[in-house]
Each structure stands twice: as structure tokens, then as C-alpha cells.
Design a protein. Structure first.
Length: 284
């Protein structure tokens, strides 16, 4: 499908203006989590541009993909998908804009809506009841990839310790009798296989949640954009964090049971090294 450039220009202007407004609104809020989420949206758009050779449809969809995080934060003061799923809020946000006449129906906006609703969870698409077009599915898959690339290889290193210390995911409140450094056996098996799992059903502790973040990095390091994932993980993020690989080691040592932390790091390091070696081989 050939997307209409004028429509994309209009949609991009709307979302750029909206995000700029939210950045101004929250810049002095004192809560780093909402600023980090807005920075995540910026990075996913840049990564989408990189992996698609500047496919404008993908870039604009990336700017919209986590739009549901803003009303989620404004309702809850936190990013809690276990209470209100941000995917549903993202779709609702777009539907309300259509209802109010702020945005107009178009194939481009429908693909963006699908990306907001189903990124990272394409298995939930109700193919029989409400079929998704091939083009919208392709955009949703790209958004899922760039979301994992940023969250696993960059983003989590900025926000995850704050979430652990302040129980922003509610694991301590929901599971007060569990050691937050313990790893659920099923999570560890998924992780050993390098297999992505559902954090909503599998994570009970912050050690589980930390391994979920790392598995996003692993999925990216073994995926079709492994060279880009390796480059992202090699970037120095801050003096305190170092690069993502170094940052994960510090977090594993601090927040995962020593019986598993060393193994968890070695698994992540192996995928990182393999991706790096492949990149170096291609450069020769």
C-alpha cells in the first residue's frame, strides 16, 4: 500500500505538537518516569527511521505507539498495565480524536491505531473477528521491534532501578511474602532459552521483571536487527551506568539472587558477543 504523504505530514504534526506540549507540561514535575517515557517515544521513532531506511509511515507510527502511556500516567500516576492496559488507552486516545473530529479517518491512522493497540502483543489480534490489513500488520511488527530494541537495549537501564526501589510495578505490594530477588522457575527457563515471555502472567518479583527487560535485549540481539541491537547496547549511557551490558551486570548483581545473577549475565553476554562477532565479520 502507498501511504499518502500529506496525511502522514498532518498526523506527524499533530503528534509532534502533542508530545512537545506534554514535555513542557512535565519537565519540572520532579517525576523522572514520565520524562523517560517521552524520551523512549523519541528514541523509538529514531530507531524506526534507522531500521526502515526512513519509512515515514513507520516513523509516525512509532511516535504514536505509546501514546496510551500518557493517560495511563495521568490516571494512575504510574505505568501499571496490570491495572489499565496502555494499549487500550492508546486505541481509545485515537478513537476520541476521531470522534471529536480532531483527526480524520484514513488507512494511515488505522495502521497507527493497530500499532498502538497491538505492539508487542500481535498474538492478541482478533484475526477472525476484526481482520488487520497486511500493511497495518507490517507496521505493527516494526513498532514491536523498535519498542523492544529501545526498551531492552537502552530504556530499561534508565528506569528499572527506580521502579524496583519505589515498587512502581506493585510486585512488593501484591506479593509481600516473596523475596524480590528470587527468580520464578518458569521465568528462568524462558530466559535460558532466550524466549520472550508474558510479563503480565509470569512476573512475580522484580528479579523476574529485570529478566523480562533483559530478554527484550536478547530477542533483539538474536533478531534480524542484531547488529543495531549490539550497537545500541555498546553505547555509553551515563558514567554511572556505562553501556547497557555493564548496566545489566550491575542490576543483576544488585537485584537478583546470587544463585542466578551470574548465569543470567553470562547468557546475556553470550548473545551480545555473538552479535558483535557477526557485525565484525560483516565489516571485513
Amino acid at each position: 500500500m502507498n501511504y499518502d504523504e500529506n496525511t502522514l505530514d498532518s498526523l506527524e504534526k499533530f503528534i509532534d505538537d502533542y508530545l512537545a506540549q506534554k514535555k513542557a507540561q512535565y519537565k519540572d514535575s520532579g517525576d523522572i518516569s514520565i520524562i523517560q517515557k517521552l524520551e523512549h517515544i523519541d528514541r523509538t521513532a529514531k530507531i524506526a527511521k534507522l531500521i526502515t531506511n526512513n519509512n515515514k509511515m513507520a516513523v509516525v507510527a512509532a511516535k504514536f505507539h505509546d501514546i496510551g502511556r500518557i493517560p495511563q500516567y495521568e490516571i494512575l500516576g504510574a505505568f501499571r498495565d496490570d491495572i489499565i492496559l496502555h494499549h487500550n488507552l492508546g486505541e481509545d486516545f485515537i478513537t476520541r480524536l476521531l470522534f471529536k473530529g480532531i483527526l480524520q479517518p484514513s488507512p494511515e491512522l488505522d495502521a497507527i491505531r493497530q500499532g498502538a493497540m497491538y505492539h508487542g502483543r500481535t498474538s492478541f489480534i482478533p484475526f477472525k473477528e476484526s481482520p488487520i490489513t497486511k500493511e497495518a500488520m507490517e507496521i505493527t511488527e516494526i513498532i514491536s521491534e523498535v519498542d523492544d530494541l529501545d526498551n531492552g537495549c537502552i530504556g530499561a537501564l534508565f528506569y528499572i532501578e527506580d521502579e524496583i526501589v519505589n515498587d512502581k510495578k506493585g510486585y512488593k505490594a501484591k506479593n509481600p511474602d516473596l523475596d524480590m530477588k528470587s527468580v520464578s522457575p518458569r521465568v528462568m527457563e524462558f530466559y535460558r532459552r532466550g524466549e520472550k515471555f508474558n510479563k503480565m502472567t509470569e512476573c512475580y518479583t522484580y528479579a523476574d521483571y529485570l529478566l523480562f527487560a533483559a530478554i527484550l535485549a536478547i530477542q533483539s540481539l538474536k533478531g534480524k536487527h542484531k547488529e543495531i541491537a549490539n550497537q545500541l547496547m555498546s553505547w555509553k549511557l551515563t558514567d554511572e551506568i556505562g553501556n547497557a551490558l555493564e548496566g545489566y551486570k550491575k542490576l543483576f548483581d544488585k537485584y537478583i539472587d546470587p544463585a542466578f545473577s551470574k548465569e543470567a549475565y553470562e547468557i546475556l553476554e553470550r548473545y551480545y558477543t555473538e552479535a558483535k562477532q557477526k557485525e565484525e565479520t560483516q565489516e571485513k
